[in-house]
Write a protein that binds this ligand. Structure first.
Ligand SMILES: [Zn+2]
Length: 98
């Protein structure tokens, strides 16, 4: 009886086309992967989280809730950089079509 359950839980359904936010039903805009590294240990040990998807709104909510000012600054500057790059790319793509 229990074996049937593991059969029905198949990984990777057909809903992978439109990735949605991990926190709500919105379409995901960003994914966050957290890298954690040991400091002061040689050789350095690093571990990565799996990617977690967020929409614009949940992402900004998340960054507001970070309990470290330094971490919030780091996350926000990474996001600003990413937005700048995606803006630059879309400008390039647009001029190609002109
Ligand atoms: Zn969301």
């Amino acid at each position: 009886m229990q074996r049937y359950d593991s059969d029905t839980v198949k990984e990777g359904g057909k809903k992978t086309m439109d990735k949605s936010c991990s926190n709500c039903e919105e379409k995901a805009q960003y994914s966050i992967v957290v890298t954690i590294s040991s400091v002061g240990v040689s050789p350095r040990i690093q571990s990565y989280s799996t990617a977690v998807l967020f929409c614009e709104r949940c992402f900004s909510e998340l960054s507001e809730r970070l309990c470290s000012d330094k971490l919030r600054e780091a996350v926000n500057s990474a996001l600003t950089e990413l937005k700048k790059r995606s803006r630059d790319r879309s400008t390039v793509q647009k001029s190609m079509f002109d």
